[in-house]
Write a protein that binds this ligand. Structure first.
Ligand code: FAD
Ligand code: SF4
Length: 512
């Protein structure tokens, strides 16, 4: 038997050949371990398509490593010796192979990283160089700041990466941020491109059968799985977006439309988060598309801002603030998540569309997550832990480091405004402006207090009234509180009562 010098554990979201812990492997003496475990697949009821994506991509990655001459030990979910947890498998293989060294790149989940740090084995930890900003660099940037602002962090990342900068270090186009140009609704007659679809090969089919067998009670459709599971297919998905999506991405970034689950979005987050795509390559492709004149600056800057601004920023906040961050609940919310989040069975068309496509594709784009399902949870006072668990379960791209700050911080404002300067609360008017959802809805968006009035309207004012002590002093909400103060007392009461009625309906377990 060959003795093992170095054993590298590669997790399901670390499928990159340039992963720090995989560098300098000796094909003769070292080996890689990949494990499919029940604990990671079921600590929340992950969407079956997400489990299939991760397991299939892991199996393809193992093959890719083997083709490069690297020794790989692969543990399938249904292997009878599988202990069911990552630390359990690491301990089992450690005693079997007796390696001189164990190597691992830092995790994307605080819970898992802690359990590995406490499993009694000496591990050489590697920083995750797939990100532009390391954990240490972010914490140095945040030091001494009471509140963080993504915009300032983003400018530093632009300077660091050199993306979209003039020779003198100023931003191309004379401004750092063109978000104001990126808020158009989809005009009638403009159809987004059909999504790129990827057929399941033999490995994926085997995984789909495994997932169907072991996770029959998890929410979401499995048979519509069409995601890329290899580096080459993920690259094709990316190229498809460059060819057909990026030019319109800027203008229609915030637009929503019935039966258009993807609009002009890239759908690459899952592939990027598990390591099939490279952040720096994506950014330089987008910069090159702008340089060649194929896309406008608001599209290129908007996309790059999401990647090196928001994505890096939420990761920084996560690692800076965990584990306390997960318990933030500044509004003291305790309401249970309404069951229709798991079924899509509600008369609110916007919610039905956003939840329906999430169950079907494990995907919703940013504005649906923020301003529809997230906005509703904020206004209805859902317990942060329940809504965070839902987002972590339902989306293909959801990993704790990125899901938690987006949900708990950006959507629920449960961190008291550490991540974002104000809650993203909105009435039905916002949804009406940015979508066609209201025309197909059982509720009337123009009404607020009648029996068939849009629930978002009264809940919006109810939210502002019940949290006035906490929010009234927020400069960015000053105008809204002025409008509230000017409202006749009778109108305020009617809104409050309608809000109370809607919340009581939810508390009775009834759908809206
Ligand atoms: P596009 O709209 O085409 O955007 C391009 C890329 O920018 C995305 O692929 C993503 O990598 C990055 N990006 C954009 N916004 C963000 C952001 N706020 N945080 C991090 N990355 C961003 N994204 C995840 O990857 N995983 C999550 O678990 C996740 N949970 C979210 C939960 C909530 C409540 C909200 C409001 C947003 C969440 N996001 C999450 C961010 C964003 O919604 C998704 O990245 C995006 O919808 C993915 O689709 P896309 O690839 O088509 O993105
Ligand atoms: Fe959503 Fe209200 Fe519009 Fe219906 S009327 S789609 S509930 S915003």
């Amino acid at each position: 038997m060959t003795t093992t010098h170095r054993l590298c554990l590669v997790l399901g979201d670390q499928l990159s050949l340039d992963l720090a812990s995989l560098q300098g492997l000796d094909a003769e003496r070292d080996c890689v371990l990949l494990v499919e475990v029940m604990e990671e697949a079921s600590h929340v009821p992950h969407h079956p398509q997400k489990i299939a994506l991760v397991f299939s991509a892991m199996r393809h990655f193992a093959q890719e490593l083997q083709q490069r001459g690297i020794r790989v030990h692969y543990v399938a979910l249904d292997d009878p010796r599988n202990t069911g947890s990552v630390p359990g498998e690491l301990q089992r293989w450690h005693s079997q192979l007796q390696p001189s060294e164990l190597h691992l790149t830092e995790c994307g989940d605080w819970r898992l990283e802690q359990s590995l740090k406490q499993c009694g084995l000496a591990i050489h930890w590697h920083a995750d160089s797939r990100f532009l900003c390391s954990r240490g660099e972010f914490s140095r940037w945040a030091q001494g700041k009471k509140q963080l602002r993504m915009e300032f962090f983003y400018r530093d990342m632009r300077r660091k990466s050199g993306l979209l900068l003039n020779g003198d270090g100023s931003p191309v186009g004379g401004a750092w941020n063109f978000d104001a140009d990126n808020r158009k609704a989809l005009p009638k007659g403009l159809r987004p491109p059909a999504p790129a679809r990827f057929a399941a090969d033999a490995i994926t089919q085997e995984v789909l059968a495994l997932v169907a067998k072991h996770f029959p009670h998890h929410y979401g459709r499995l048979d519509s799985f069409d995601y890329p599971v290899t580096r080459a297919d993920a690259q094709s998905l990316w190229q498809y977006f460059l060819d057909w999506g990026l030019a319109a991405f800027g203008d229609y970034q915030d637009a929503m439309a019935s039966n258009e689950p993807f609009v002009f979005h890239a759908r690459i987050s899952a592939a990027l988060n598990i390591g099939l795509l490279d952040l720096r390559q994506l950014c330089s492709d987008v910069e090159a598309a702008y340089g060649s004149g194929t896309v406008a600056l608001n599209a290129a800057e908007g996309f790059i801002r999401q990647l090196i601004g928001w994505r890096e920023y939420v990761r920084g906040v996560y690692w800076l603030k965990m584990p306390d961050y997960a318990h933030g609940n500044v509004f003291g919310n305790s309401r249970s998540l309404p069951p229709f989040y798991w079924s899509g069975e509600t008369r609110m068309n916007c919610m039905r569309q956003a939840i329906g496509q999430s169950l079907e594709h494990a995907y919703a784009h940013h504005i649906q997550r923020l301003m529809v399902t997230g906005n509703f949870a904020l206004l209805a006072g859902i317990a942060p832990s329940e809504i965070c668990a839902w987002y972590l379960a339902i989306y293909m791209d959801a990993f704790d480091w990125v899901e938690l700050p987006n949900t708990l911080g950006m959507v629920m404002h449960a961190d008291g405004g550490y991540l974002g300067s104000k809650p993203y609360c909105a009435s039905g008017q916002y949804i009406k402006r940015m979508s066609d959802y209201c025309t197909g809805c059982a509720y009337k968006v123009s009404e607020s207090t009648s029996e068939d009035a849009c629930p978002f309207n009264a809940l919006y004012w109810h939210f502002l009234m019940r949290h006035a002590d906490l929010l009234r002093g927020n400069q960015r909400l000053a105008l809204i509180y002025k409008n509230l103060a000017r409202m006749p007392e009778s109108r305020q009461q009617a809104l409050w009562q309608r809000g109370q009625h809607l919340l009581a309906t939810l508390d009775a377990g009834q759908p809206l």
